[in-house]
Write a protein that binds this ligand. Sequence first.
Ligand code: ZN
Ligand code: FE
Length: 256
Amino acid sequence: MKLIPLPAFTDNYIWLLHDGQQALVVDPGDAQTVLAALQRCKVQLGTILVTHHHPDHTGGVAALRQATGAQVFGPAREVMPEPLTRVGEADRLRFLGLDFKVMEVPGHTAGHIAYYCAEMDGAPLLFCGDTLFSGGCGRLFEGSPAQMLASLDRLSALPDSTRVCCAHEYTMSNLKFAAAIEPDNLLLARYTASARQLRSEQQPTLPSTLLLERQINPFLRTRQAAVIQAAQGFDATANDEVGIFAALRQWKNQFQ
Ligand code: ZN
Ligand code: FE
């Protein structure tokens, strides 16, 4: 099985998974990028998975469906390009001989979903769209801090070895913020050096792993003393879990 992040626009990744014959893609914001990759890999597109309604994730869906006849799956509760099969919490799907489970992870958008496969070539696989990024999380466009924290807690509870397939290459700017929150986090410093090296070679920093994200991502570390202290330095009124998370997210929004 091959798992390939296809760069699109300035910082999106469209994830391509194929077995040498059949393929699926996740969040194809751009059709041309996917069609070129299908040709390069000599595979046929059977399935399109969408995590949420934003145009940088859905823009290529209609053209790809027309060109390939692929079946489209997307969130039950969002305005989406029709026709598609709508899926929600705990729905089980089978593609390329793999079992996927749908998780509803609201916060970035109100109906955002993630696709989780418990086992693919020896480790789990998570397509989390704009909910979890390496070193960061999505902006709260439609959901509340409490919703996003609950969604991230659910993702964070997945196994250590889960490969985290995010929809954007935001890693370096996220790590800059993470370093401001936890300047003494050695694993964060080490990861930042290796991510910087990858980016200087135009390589993706993704997929990440959940073990790594739990070690370095401040938005998965909101109960750590150092993170609480930093968040309260930004907003002295933040005094519970949700308040700490909200303060961090607010701070990140205005962080340069
Ligand atoms: Zn988005
Ligand atoms: Fe996006």
